[in-house]
Ligand binder design. Sequence first.
Ligand code: SF4
Length: 157
Amino acid sequence: MTLHSIPAPERKYRVAGHPDLRVAILDVGLACCALEVGAAITAGLLVPEGSVDTGPATSEVSVLLISGTVTDALAPAVIRAWGALAEPRLAVSFGACANTGGPYWDAPTVTKGIDQLIPISVYIPGCPPRPEALIAGLARLASTDGPCQSERGDESP
Ligand code: SF4
């Protein structure tokens, strides 16, 4: 994502182990944690809507998914992405960098947590979190309507 861009429109996925849940994800992947989001798709934990016959979903959640290191220069683009997501919407902070600045928390240009920018409903810890932690966090979203919850993850790389 560049300073002036907004990510591509959200994509819809079914969530493994939660057959009634569909998530429309606007994915803001900024650093290495974004690879774990891709790994969740590759591993079949997030299944692109329409790729298989999954039947009707009874629950759908629009999600802004922030993974990776947010810098103060990128902050306006993150805010624009949040604004571009249709209501009702929820935001997930994926990984230590998005949660707090992570290993770069003391860098002057790194945002110390995206909850300084937008309301977060689920925080997923780890550097990086495992793809399974993303799935657990998305499933948690379906049962929440506001900030803030933490989804336990593997803190080790
Ligand atoms: S939390 Fe760790 S793995 Fe994730 S973006 Fe930051 S440095 Fe990379």
